[in-house]
Design a protein around this ligand. Structure first.
Ligand SMILES: Cc1cc2nc3c(=O)[nH]c(=O)nc-3n(C[C@H](O)[C@H](O)[C@H](O)COP(=O)(O)OP(=O)(O)OC[C@H]3O[C@@H](n4cnc5c(N)ncnc54)[C@H](O)[C@@H]3O)c2cc1C
Length: 305
């Protein structure tokens, strides 16, 4: 097995950007991506300057095409299932789901996050008419009759106030949670309606929400809105490799992608275990790649980074 300088796991904006930076620095790297990016459910991505409105798949294809210009980058469309440390020479053996193995000095974890929804049926609408990030999709939903679905008071109030700038026709649905008097007053001041009854069903067609049905039998008409999922890392690589993790689930780093585990770097949403954006994730990837390249450079000269 030839020893690679770095393996990048995850080909979202963070992993693509990290790979581009390392390829341009003439490092021998392999990028792995299995196409499970959470934004694949949406038609268009917004807010990445020069790419506003691009389809997530097109973003990935353009990124991969650009990497083809750099001969030291290999790309594999597969899942990494295991990373183990080779203690004999402080390198890592990375295994794919079909049993291929690769040896590498350094690894960038860029595997993103995934969502969990407490409200049944949201998945059917997520990415088409229900979204979680107003900066990404608020503009497309402007002035429409919207719902904010949240079953924690702090989140409901925060999201409702934020969305109010995109649409004044807002109903906050709390799925059984009674808001405090102060919370109710804050929302009522701006004419934001509140429905606290548990939701029975979301009704619509082809991913486009039309109505919300409550257990009481009542329905309200809404054409879209925002939900607040819980987020989690889709794997335990950081934990297994011994990286220090904060109480809030974020991986401890030096701010430029180095984890507390030598030779393990992290970039994009998987670092904080929380949502971010294409442009911020791409910047994270660039930063982590510069750290990898700096460390390789120093190590080649027998110096500490
Ligand atoms: C519905 C929706 C709409 C969005 N709209 C926008 C928008 O308009 N604008 C915006 O800026 N952001 C938007 N986002 C957020 C944006 O998608 C993320 O911020 C961004 O993709 C995070 O980049 P990342 O590289 O950290 O992770 P990801 O893009 O999630 O990439 C991680 C990659 O890792 C790969 N992977 C995971 N595990 C493995 C493994 N074991 N082996 C191999 N590969 C693996 C996955 O296949 C995936 O491609 C949206 C998100 C969603 C869900």
């Amino acid at each position: 097995m030839n020893m690679l300088d770095c393996i990048v796991i995850g080909g979202g904006p963070s992993g693509l950007s990290a790979s581009l930076t390392l390829g341009r620095a003439r490092r021998n790297i392999a990028l792995f991506d299995d196409g499970t990016n959470r934004n694949k459910v949406t038609h268009e991505s917004h807010g990445f300057i020069t790419r506003d409105g691009i389809k997530p798949q097109a973003f990935k294809e353009i990124g991969l095409k650009e990497l083809e210009n750099y001969p030291s980058i290999s790309y594999f469309n597969t899942t990494i299932t295991e990373i183990i440390k080779d203690t004999s020479n402080e390198s890592y053996i990375v295994t794919t789901k079909d049993g291929q193995q690769f040896s590498t000095e350094k690894i960038i974890l860029a595997t993103g996050i995934q969502e969990m929804f407490s409200i049944q049926n949201v998945r059917n609408y997520y990415g088409k008419s229900l979204f979680s990030c107003p900066y990404c999709d608020g503009w497309e939903l402007r002035d429409k009759p919207l719902v904010v679905m949240a079953d924690k008071e702090e989140r409901a109030l925060h999201m409702a106030k934020l969305i109010y700038n995109w649409s004044k026709d807002l109903v906050v649905v709390t799925n059984g949670l009674e808001l405090s008097n102060e919370g109710v007053q804050e929302l009522q001041k701006c004419n934001i309606k509140i429905k606290s009854e548990p939701i029975k069903n979301l009704i619509g067609e082809d991913g486009y929400l039309q109505k919300i049905e409550f257990v009481t039998g009542e329905t309200i008409t809404r054409s879209g809105g925002f939900v607040i999922p819980s987020f989690y890392r889709p794997n335990q690589f950081a934990e297994i490799l011994g990286c220090e993790i904060q109480d809030n689930g974020a991986v401890v780093t030096d701010g430029v992608g180095r984890t507390t585990q030598k030779n393990i770097y992290i970039a994009g949403e998987t670092e904080t275990s929380g949502p971010s954006s294409l442009i911020i994730s791409a910047a994270d990837g660039n930063r982590a790649a510069v750290s990898v390249n700096t460390d390789l450079t120093m190590e080649r000269f027998g110096l500490q980074a």
